[in-house]
Write a protein that binds this ligand. Structure first.
Ligand code: PLP
Length: 422
């Protein structure tokens, strides 16, 4: 029962350093967030010890009476948050949720049609090295070359041409909302199942700031750790009992063995918090922060420096910075922002003229900073810092000082004395 610092000082140091990094920088990776203390507690708990193959009330192990309560709470909270009849909360991650979804609604060799990876789609929607591209015949629709928006006429044309068994709506890098009703109509027209992957925008849906795909989709999958701000994991929702049975058997035993009961308990807590008024306020600040960023990065002085934002703005929690006309590329931008203490990731823009390792875009998200407490004033300052950093010859030391003023003003995990204990 010795503490981590004694048992494994090297790993204790990693935790210490990572906590310091999270506290002292501005986290703007669009898929990241900070879980609340309650989620850390549930996840770092004795539930990690428990085997619970099966589902609540139908386990293959004894002693599941308490973890059953945790999983039942996670299920009922997920269902009520998103208005779904059924929920599976066992997927270890978004990718394993998606593997179970495809296994449930398609057979190997079936055609799937999703958003092109290079245009903002996800690996699990048909990338050739991913299970989805290996097991299924993957086709893609792209965004419009001028507007950079998903054009539903193009989606329909592609669907009529490829006749997919599964039509996929969802993205990892796209700054606008999708038209789920139109996706539903196309799926019906070609006889496809509609699968929506709301991993990125699920928190906005829960807060009522984004259309809910659940009424339109045959299956909806998600992660819990992006806009929702819960533990790293996935879940699946649907309204059809036959599909639900297939989802359940394709999660366990299809894809997974024992569920991570500590993570499932933490999911239950995250879903509970997502139903509270503070959560809505946080999601509103998230979207507003992204819009402030888009405004600042499309201002005349930014445009004069070759900086722009794809689609001219955002309706969600991220902006896609377009550096095609800039002297610097996405890797340069990622490095410069890292040097001032802002963490982002480079990203290809659709039809990118530059190579993948030095692409023309940067994806910048606001969920983690909104969780940290940022509002309009702080996001305006962040946007100014980023715009200045991306222009020629930025004063890195001055910008780093401005970042530190923001991080100091919004302490993270106050009271966390060592990274694993309160
Ligand atoms: N689906 C989408 C749309 C995503 O953006 C991601 C993660 O980036 C995933 C699924 C996969 O989630 P995970 O990293 O938990 O496997």
């Amino acid at each position: 029962n010795s503490p981590l610092s004694e048992v494994d000082p090297e790993i204790a140091l990693v935790l210490e350093q990572e906590l310091g990094r999270q506290r002292g920088t501005l986290e703007m990776i669009a898929s990241e967030n900070f879980v609340p203390r309650a989620v850390l507690e549930a996840q770092g708990s004795v539930l990690t010890n428990k085997y619970a193959e099966g589902y609540p009330g139908r386990r293959y192990y004894g002693g599941c009476e308490f973890v059953d309560v945790a999983e039942s709470l996670a299920i009922s909270r997920a269902k009520s948050l998103f208005g779904a009849a059924y929920a599976n909360v066992q997927p270890h991650s978004g990718a394993s949720a998606n593997a179970a979804v495809l296994a449930a609604i398609a057979s190997p060799g079936d055609r799937i049609l999703g958003l092109e990876l290079a245009h903002g789609g996800h690996l699990t929607h048909g990338m050739k090295l991913n299970f989805s591209g290996k097991l299924y015949e993957a086709h893609a629709y792209g965004v419009d070359p001028d507007s950079f928006l998903v054009d539903m006429d193009v989606v329909r044309e592609k669907a009529l041409e490829t006749r997919p068994q599964v039509l996929i709506a969802g993205w990892s890098a796209y700054p606008r909302q999708l038209d789920f009703e139109a996706f539903r109509a196309i799926a019906d027209e070609v006889g496809a199942k509609l699968w929506v992957d709301m991993a990125h925008f699920a928190g906005l849906v829960a807060a009522g700031l984004h259309p809910n795909p659940v009424p339109f989709a045959d299956v909806t999958s998600s992660t819990v750790h992006k806009t929702i701000g819960g533990p790293r994991s996935g879940f699946i929702l649907n309204n059809d009992l036959d599909i639900q049975k297939k989802i359940n058997s394709n999660v366990f035993p299809g894809q997974q063995g024992g569920p991570l009961m500590h993570v499932i308990a933490a999911k239950a807590t995250a879903f509970k918090l997502a139903g509270e008024p503070e959560f809505k306020d946080r999601q509103e600040r998230t979207v507003r922060g992204a819009q402030i960023l888009a405004e600042r990065l499309t201002a005349p002085d930014a445009k004069a420096a070759g900086i722009d934002v794809l689609t001219g703005g955002t309706d969600v929690h991220l902006v896609l910075v377009d550096l095609r006309n800039s002297a610097i590329h996405g890797q340069d931008a990622e490095d410069i922002l890292h040097s001032v203490g802002i963490t982002v990731n480079r990203n290809a823009v659709p039809f990118d003229p530059r190579p993948p390792m030095t692409p023309s875009g940067v994806r910048i998200g606001t969920p983690a900073l909104a969780t940290r407490g940022f509002g309009d004033a702080e996001f305006t300052e962040v946007a100014d810092i980023i715009a200045t950093a991306l222009k020629p010859t930025p004063d890195v030391a001055a910008l780093r000082a401005r970042v530190l003023k923001l991080t100091d003003g919004f302490p993270l995990y106050e009271g966390l004395t060592s990274p694993g204990s309160w």
